[in-house]
Design a protein around this ligand. Structure first.
Ligand SMILES: *[C@@H]1O[C@H](CO)[C@@H](O)[C@H](O)[C@H]1NC(C)=O
Ligand SMILES: *[C@@H]1O[C@H](CO)[C@@H](O)[C@H](O)[C@H]1NC(C)=O
Ligand SMILES: *[C@@H]1O[C@H](CO)[C@@H](O)[C@H](O)[C@H]1NC(C)=O
Ligand SMILES: *[C@@H]1O[C@H](CO)[C@@H](O)[C@H](O)[C@H]1NC(C)=O
Ligand SMILES: *[C@@H]1O[C@H](CO)[C@@H](O)[C@H](O)[C@H]1NC(C)=O
Length: 236
């Protein structure tokens, strides 16, 4: 029993020394092109036989798509190795292969994951796409001390890249929630929480949405407006 615990502890301690870095957070690629997703390691990957790749599609659980061990360098997914890195090459990418790609390394009995690279294939923009910002309700949010803002991206065919900036300062990446409509289109909701006084100080909050590899993106900005808000009674 004690021995088993010792083994677990020592493997955890050793395992912690290996980190997988996926420095590219987002990659846009055209349909039918090939994508290369890079993963580097702080330790020698020993030829990559313990390397795996997982794909998490929007609204699904991550699934293992490649074990680099039996790599014959054929097929859709190919692993390329160097001592401290592994690259997954995906040929002839299709829209359904958009998602977050995670590299993983099996260390004794558990897996160490990279932070993931989001792959967006083709153009997610459709003729019904729009972006809207939802701001805190002026009376309700005072109570909690937290201001929640949401960026709603309606009517897209696939993933998009969302980034927030507060008065020009880029914020940490946030998780996106998605809803699928009957026609298969997606509505994505990405939200940011800030202390109430950050919001009421009048800073400029901008949500930037990139739908494809073209240089243009859609930006929506808002800020807290001082002055008296009309009471709820006027809506009745
Ligand atoms: C992964 O992301 C977390 C949170 O953003 C960060 O603290 C960590 O350093 C990242 N890890 C690597 C290996 O890049
Ligand atoms: C991708 O390839 C298929 C089959 O070769 C072709 O029909 C389709 O038009 C191509 N799509 C794009 C966007 O190039
Ligand atoms: C939007 O595009 C679809 C096909 O992609 C088309 O069937 C539809 O008529 C278009 N709607 C409008 C309002 O242009
Ligand atoms: C907020 O900043 C964006 C760019 O960072 C700018 O385009 C926009 O006009 C600003 N909005 C307000 C309300 O100041
Ligand atoms: C790409 O996204 C922009 C909005 O950011 C949109 O106007 C444009 O139609 C999209 N498609 C292409 C091919 O640029």
């Amino acid at each position: 029993m004690i021995f088993a615990e010792y083994l677990l502890l020592s493997s955890l301690v050793l395992g912690v020394q290996l980190f997988l870095h996926q420095t590219q957070r987002i990659q846009f690629v055209e349909v039918n092109d090939s994508a290369k997703i890079h993963c580097s390691s702080t330790e020698n990957l020993e030829g990559g036989s313990s390397m795996f790749w997982y794909l998490r599609r929007e609204g699904e659980k991550p699934t293992c798509i490649k074990h680099c061990l039996d790599d014959q360098n054929v097929g859709k997914f190919v692993c390329k190795h160097e001592t401290h890195s592994s690259t997954l090459e995906i040929s002839n990418v299709q829209k359904t292969e958009s998602g977050i790609y995670y590299c993983a390394y099996r260390y004794s009995s558990y897996l160490i994951f990279g932070n993931g690279t989001t792959l967006i294939v083709g153009d997610s923009y459709t003729n019904s796409s729009w972006v809207m910002l939802l701001v805190p309700f002026p009376w309700g949010s005072q109570v909690t001390g937290t201001a929640n803002l949401a960026c709603v991206i309606h009517g897209v065919s696939s993933l998009v890249h969302v980034s927030w900036s507060v008065s020009g300062e880029l914020q940490e990446q946030r998780l996106t929630h998605s809803l699928k409509a009957k026609d298969g289109s997606l509505t994505l909701i990405n939200h940011i929480s800030v202390p109430m006084d950050t919001w009421t100080s009048g800073k400029n909050f901008t949500c930037e949405v990139k739908f494809n590899s073209s240089g243009t993106s859609v930006k929506k900005s808002t800020r807290y407006l001082t002055g008296d808000f009309p009471g709820p009674a006027c809506c009745l």
